[in-house]
Ligand binder design. Structure first.
Ligand SMILES: C[S@@+](CC[C@H](N)C(=O)[O-])C[C@H]1O[C@@H](n2cnc3c(N)ncnc32)[C@H](O)[C@@H]1O
Length: 189
């Protein structure tokens, strides 16, 4: 089997589920790779909401993607995600992506923080549609990342099994400090 990155793996799993007209969220826009992917899947009839705490990342991605009308880029903490999504779309989100840690090539001191990550994940799980997917890539190998990865794992494992399924994909090296992809599907409301 060819080796693929966890980010590509997450995108492949979401691709099988997303169709034109869907609504999706990128909770950690960064350089905009996942945002661009989500836009390509939901197409012009869908909507993508993208969040990053760094305004400079949002501005750069806005310039890169040309600000189509169905892309809503928001410079805000993803802990507040629900307040930016119209109430009519709550429960209708088909996919939500989190790629935790710091912005590659950017300011490495701005990293996702466990308390706001957990708040955002809880909000995202509530915003999901039935059959909606939540992808989370965690990085236990960097300072703060280990604690966050453990907390995210514990959060995912305490989700009610009658409402959510959980699967995990580890990276090729499979050591305790290797990045991991958690994939959560909402199966009931
Ligand atoms: C690993 S990068 C994301 C990479 C991105 N998915 C891409 O395709 O390039 C993590 C991003 O999360 C952002 N971030 C950190 N804390 C955040 C928070 N509380 N709310 C929203 N974004 C946050 C960082 O600014 C950084 O850009």
């Amino acid at each position: 089997m060819p080796r693929i990155s966890l980010t590509s793996h997450a995108q492949q799993l979401l691709k099988a589920r997303l169709t034109a007209g869907d609504i999706a969220i990128d909770a950690t826009v960064g350089n905009g790779h996942d945002t661009a992917f989500l836009l390509s899947q939901v197409q012009a009839t869908g909507q993508v909401y993208g969040f990053d705490i760094q305004a400079a990342a949002i501005t750069a991605v806005q310039a890169k993607l040309g600000a189509p009308p169905n892309l809503h880029l928001i410079a805000a903490n993803h802990a507040d995600i629900a307040s930016f999504i119209p109430a009519a779309q709550h429960g209708n989100i088909r996919a939500c992506m989190f790629n935790l840690g710091y912005l590659p090539g950017g300011d490495k001191t701005v990293i996702t923080q466990t308390p706001s990550t957990l708040t955002a994940l809880t909000a995202a799980s509530q915003l999901l549609a039935i059959r909606g997917l939540l992808s989370i890539i965690v990085y236990p190998g960097h300072p703060g990342g280990d604690e966050e990865a453990h907390a995210v794992q514990a959060w995912a494992e305490q989700l009610p099994r009658e409402q959510f399924t959980l699967s995990q994909i580890t990276s090729q090296t499979a050591s305790a400090s290797a990045p991991r992809l958690l994939m959560i599907e909402k199966i009931a409301g």
